[in-house]
Design a protein. Structure first.
Length: 123
């Protein structure tokens, strides 16, 4: 009986050694994965920081653009109000017959209107 228990104890020790060997390999693979995963997390963390800075810059730019647009919109509103007043004032004027509209085209004259060089005179 002692012999049988020694054999079973030996098989148990061999099984435990095999289990420890397999577990050691899995832990070493996990350690390598942990290093790869750690570097990936570090890279992603850096990218998140860069994106946060870019987002803050974009928000500042958008805020500045919105303020400029509001200022230009206000100026355009003032100009449009002035133009409406001018148009209303022009519509209030009565049409008079004092300004005749010429029906005929003016006749061309033979006068020299433009001389390019003083030595070249029209003959």
């Amino acid at each position: 009986m002692n012999f049988l228990s020694d054999i079973l104890l030996g098989f148990g020790a061999i099984a435990a050694a095999i289990y420890c060997f397999v577990l050691s390999r899995k832990l070493s693979n996990l350690k390598g994965l942990d290093q790869d995963l750690g570097s990936a997390i570090a890279v992603l963390s850096g990218q998140v920081d860069e994106m946060t800075k870019a987002l803050a810059s974009a928000q500042n730019t958008a805020s500045d653009s919105a303020q400029q647009l509001e200022a230009r919109t206000a100026a355009a509103t003032q100009v449009s109000e002035r133009l409406e007043l001018m148009i209303a004032a022009l519509q209030d004027l009565s049409e008079t017959d004092d300004d005749p509209i010429p029906d005929e085209q003016p006749q061309p004259t033979n006068e020299v209107l433009f001389v390019r060089n003083a030595s070249r005179q029209a003959s």
